[in-house]
Write a protein of this length. Structure first.
Lengths: 601, 455
């Protein structure tokens, strides 16, 4: 019994010491060896300390143009189907060559961001394109007919609506991404016509860099096959040499290279590749992809060389992130973090077909403009699963962080329109120094009042409860530091309330003990019974509250999420300190004979 | 042994005798809250309603203080908008710490007021625009922003149209306007993109060089724009900016540089976020019902839930009736109250269960009165201790945190009241319903029904 108790005392003391160690860097300047172990500092929220303000502008025109492109592509298919039907054939049974033949009768050109012209080779086919057909593709467009041609356009109202819709969707995705980074209480708003303002409380430099990068990322995931017959660079060897001679500074590490699949370019800097490729004419159906390659020593696994290289890829992506159901962090063959992708049924089918047709070829998995990996397809891959490996000669911890961030971004969807950062500045707190000071004073005073009241009402019991309260405060703060939560003024007031709950647990216990004492039990006996009976009451009450907290954490975002986490931390800590710690103190007092037949309560 | 005691132990009060009266009182309060919520609604803050974001720049040595700036803006808005409630104002320093610029001291101001132009003035402008641009479609932005969308019948030269628009608005009494066109925006966006690409691809690029490129890009853009034409223009009346600039100049003289930006901002709490929160609360309630049913039994759950909803409704009702600004921290307060309310109710229920186990044959009324009386001193004690802390925040803390404390104050009182006078009596009512059903089943001799109603 005694040794068990000693272990409890030892464990509790250790925990408290750890908590204090965790908090110290937030209070005073600590030497570097110390901060290398306890690196986290208590983050203050936007209201107390300020943070970063980022402004993004939404390039909605691009999205409207994409939408028009989609209409253009769909329109051709529909017209071919309709023409075939008119001739008494079924469009679905035609061969690709036949479809192409019919398709030549329609010249479809995009004339503006939201307008398309269709020219018909056979005048009697103008009637094929009516408003009904258009409505099945995109109801927002209007149709204007003419001699042997038709024009489709988005009316002004529709453009405005579409713009608002795109900006609103983008805002929502930005918000989701920011929220997904955890306990920060960010501020995300639409400002002006098509801009998005984001304020982030002061995180650590590294976290800040990750968040910044992930907000800006379009996160458009695409899968493209390498086009071996494109041979874009096969004849460029001499061109590279002359380019290097002309631009010594801009193309220092640019190299023409060749492997079993054909020629490619490599360089230490992507900018060098881009500069040269501007001078090359790339066919319409091919796009150039860039990958950061790490060459590892096969035996030691050490990175020998890193460079950017090019791939000749399909311009049109057969499969995109739209068909993704879920992304999750997983582990690769060597236990390194990777991102596992799961497709919906349509995506799985496309992926299966694509891999079946391209055995032996390379498939590039691209995130935005860059190839994240280009594995060789050895056989048909069914089941709709794929994997993204994370490059970069970084530590596993950094890869893990990268994998988590990527999963977050992929699961929250890609932007409908690209966002472009306009500015990135630090901002000060939203609450004035006076408001912060008076808020702090009131909170501290509130604490003292509650503590004094406990002292007056329960005497020695009050002292013990107040010791537990202090431990509770230390633990809650240590948890906030460890979880990198941002503390706001309302958050602090919320802590006062968890303190209320912690005191409540002690009140429950003490009232029980008093009842037992009144029933004539001995001090030791009354304490045992009091703690025993009060425990389940406290347990039920706190668990019910915790259920609410858990649910809020699952479903809510932003400040409500932050609140739920703080509440859960508070519940856990207060259960521990007000039941366990006070009991330890009482046990010590009983065993050392400092409490006799009388209990000061 | 002597204890300090609020209530004499062993005394049993009758809490149930007037339960109908308490039910009626609570029902009235909840009804009033709901009525106020539907008629008056919330007095929404910037977080929920949006507002105007203004950035002002001062010389680094100008004697500008945040607090003074806030007061100044309050005064300005009061005179400019005609003496009504100016609402929430937030002031933030720009460029603190490492990012601080040496050339200017900037501040970010957030206000609720979005427009200083009246609806009649807007109508007059629309009429004039119609005359100046025959065939154009003219729209005004919703939500009180001073923004006009002019869609011309045919594309016209950008610069010429800018001048024409400036003329029309000037004649209407608003000489300060900003005109933007789709083509200008696209050029700007393209510029940002190129600059960003350059910065990410060439790490060696210094800040000075980026700035230089930025300026060059701007100049090229202005040149480019002269040749372009467009049919879609957006005009923003800078009434706010103009008046604020005047008043800043008056107050700070040479120390003031310019109002750099003045744009409307949307709420930071989106409507769907609130809906999500509501769904979350529904699930939370469901979880609580399940837990209580498992740990206690079915008769307890409705009391706890009704008490919880009762507390939440009355608190937000108070906010609506008093028209106190509803901000983000208030949501946290309401959630805290919900947690507190459950906590309080469960403690009383726990004691009821215990007394039932001890005296299974005792009448339920007596059991409940006993249980509530026994826990009364704890209920009041906890309430008083927490109330002390909250009251001190309410009395000393200012602004936002004061409203937070107000919500907590009301919530604590209502929460304590509801766990004594609503949750337990409701439990009794439910118990009576179950009993009646069981008696009925027993009378008809239906053994299965008796078993079903057995708790």
């Amino acid at each position: 019994m005694d040794s068990k108790r000693n272990w409890k005392v030892l464990g509790t003391s250790l925990l408290m010491v750890l908590a204090v160690l965790q908090i110290l860097p937030s209070l005073v300047e600590m030497p570097s060896f110390y901060t290398s172990i306890f690196s986290n500092q208590l983050n203050l929220g936007l209201d107390l300390k300020g943070g970063l303000e980022l402004k993004y502008t939404v390039d909605y025109k691009r999205a409207i143009a994409d939408n028009t492109n989609k209409l253009r592509d769909a329109l051709r298919e529909r017209l071919v189907d309709a023409a075939a039907k008119k001739a008494g054939k079924d469009g679905a049974t035609l061969t690709n060559a036949e479809r192409d033949e019919i398709g030549k009768r329609f010249t479809i050109t995009k004339t503006g961001v939201g307008s398309i012209d269709v020219a018909f080779a056979q005048a009697d086919e103008v009637a094929l394109l009516d408003k009904d057909m258009l409505d099945t593709i995109d109801q927002r467009f209007e149709l204007r007919g003419g001699e042997g041609k038709a024009s489709l356009f988005l009316p002004d109202k529709a453009i405005t609506e579409l713009k608002n819709e795109i900006v609103a969707q983008t805002l929502q995705v930005v918000r989701k991404r920011v929220d997904a980074f955890g306990l920060v209480e960010p501020d995300v708003r639409k400002s002006g016509d098509a801009d998005i303002d984001v304020q982030l409380p002061g995180l650590s430099e590294r976290q800040m860099a990750v968040v910044r990068e992930k907000i800006g990322q379009a996160a458009q995931l695409t899968f493209r096959m390498v086009v071996p017959e494109a041979k874009v660079f096969d004849s460029q060897q001499s061109a590279v040499e002359s380019f290097k001679a002309a631009n010594a500074e801009k193309a220092k590490t640019l190299q023409w290279s060749q492997d079993g699949r054909g020629a490619f370019l490599r360089s230490e800097k992507k900018s060098e590749l881009l500069a040269f490729i501007k001078t090359v004419s790339v066919p319409d159906n091919v796009m150039i992809g860039y990958e950061l390659v790490e060459e590892k020593d096969p035996t030691s696994g050490e990175v020998r060389d890193t460079y950017w290289r090019t791939y000749d890829l399909q311009a049109v992506a057969p499969l995109t992130g739209d068909n993704l159901t879920r992304a999750a962090v997983g582990y690769g063959e060597k236990g390194e973090p990777v991102v596992n992708l799961e497709f919906d049924s349509r995506g799985a089918r496309i992926f299966g077909d694509l891999t079946e047709k391209n055995v032996g070829n390379l498939m590039a998995i691209m995130l935005d403009g860059d190839v994240s990996s280009a594995p060789r397809i050895n056989e048909r891959i069914g089941g709709g699963r794929a994997q993204i490996t994370l490059g970069g000669a970084r530590s596993v911890a950094q890869q893990m962080e990268e994998a988590r961030a990527l999963v977050t971004v992929l699961n929250n969807g890609a932007y409908k329109a690209p966002v472009i950062k306009v500015h990135d500045v630090e901002v000060g707190p939203s609450l004035g120094r006076d408001a912060v000071r008076s808020g702090m004073i009131s909170i501290v005073l509130g604490f003292i009042l509650a503590a004094l009241f406990m002292l007056w009402y329960y005497r020695q019991g009050g002292v013990i409860a107040n010791i537990a309260l202090l431990c509770n405060l230390i633990l809650v703060t240590a948890c906030l530091v460890a979880f990198n939560a941002a503390l706001t003024l309302p958050g602090m007031a919320g802590i006062v309330l968890t303190v209320g709950m912690a005191l409540d647990a002690n009140v429950l216990i003490f009232e029980r003990v008093r009842e037992e004492l009144r029933n004539g039990r001995s001090v030791r006996n009354a304490l045992d019974l009091g703690y025993g009976k009060a425990f389940w009451t406290i347990f039920d009450a706190q668990i019910t509250t915790a259920i609410a907290g858990f649910v809020l954490m699952q479903y809510a975002t932003g400040p409500i999420y932050g609140f739920a986490v703080t509440m859960l931390i508070g519940i856990g800590c207060s259960m521990f300190t007000s039941i366990f710690v006070t009991r330890l103190i009482y046990n010590y007092l009983l065993d050392s004979g400092k409490i006799g037949a009388e209990l000061s309560l | 042994m002597q204890f300090r005691e609020i209530f004499k132990p062993g005394v049993v009060w009758d809490f149930l005798g007037r339960r109908r009266v308490f039910f009626a009182v609570s029902a009235t309060m909840v009804l009033l809250s709901v009525l106020s919520l539907t008629i008056l609604g919330f007095n929404k803050g910037i977080d929920f309603k949006g507002g105007t974001k203004i950035v002002v720049g001062f010389k680094p040595d100008a004697p500008v203080e945040r607090e003074a700036l806030r007061d100044m803006l309050g005064e300005f808005l009061k005179t400019a908008s005609g003496g009504s409630d100016v609402g929430q104002i937030e002031v933030q320093d720009f460029s603190v710490g490492s990012g601080a610029s040496n050339d200017s001291k900037d501040f970010l101001l957030l206000t609720e007021i979005t427009s200083l132009v009246t609806d009649e003035q807007k109508q007059a402008i629309i009429a004039k625009l119609g005359e100046a641009f025959p065939g154009a479609v003219i729209d005004v932005a919703k939500e009180g922003e001073d923004r006009f969308f002019v869609n011309l019948a045919a594309a016209a030269n950008v610069n010429e149209t800018y001048e024409k628009l400036t003329g029309v608005f000037g004649a209407a009494g608003f000489p300060k306007i900003t005109v933007n066109s789709d083509v200008q925006r696209q050029i700007e966006v393209n510029n940002y993109r190129t600059l960003q690409m350059a910065a990410t691809e060439d790490e060696n690029l210094g800040d000075a060089e980026i700035k230089q490129r930025e300026d060059a890009a701007k100049a090229a853009m202005a040149e480019d724009l002269k040749k372009r034409s467009d049919d879609r223009f957006t005009v923003t009346i800078e009434e706010f900016k103009a008046k604020l600039t005047d008043s800043m100049k008056q107050k700070y003289g040479d120390g003031f540089i310019a109002v750099r930006e003045s744009t409307s901002v949307s709420p930071s709490v989106a409507g769907d976020m609130l809906n999500q929160g509501l769904v979350a609360i529904l699930y939370a309630l469901l979880g609580i019902v399940i837990y209580i049913t498992l740990r206690f039994d079915v008769r307890y759950a409705p009391g706890a839930i009704v008490a919880l909803l009762h507390d939440v409704f009355i608190v937000i009702g108070c906010f609506s009736i008093a028209q106190i600004k509803f901000t983000m921290p208030i949501i946290a307060a309401v959630l805290t109250i919900a947690g507190y309310s459950i906590n309080d109710t469960i403690v009383v229920f726990d004691r009821i269960r215990e007394v039932i186990e001890k005296y299974p044959k005792a009448p339920m009324k007596m059991v409940i009165n006993n249980a509530v009386s026994q826990t009364l001193s704890r209920t009041v004690l906890t309430s008083v201790t927490t109330q002390m802390a909250v009251l001190s925040i309410f009395l000393l803390g200012g602004g936002l945190i004061r409203d937070f404390a107000f919500a907590m104050c009301v919530g604590l009182v209502v929460g304590t009241y509801s766990s004594i006078f609503i949750a337990s009596p409701l439990f009794l009512t439910l118990h009576e319903v179950f009993e009646a059903r069981r008696a009925e089943a027993a009378a008809t001799g239906d053994a299965a029904a008796v078993a079903r109603t057995q708790i």
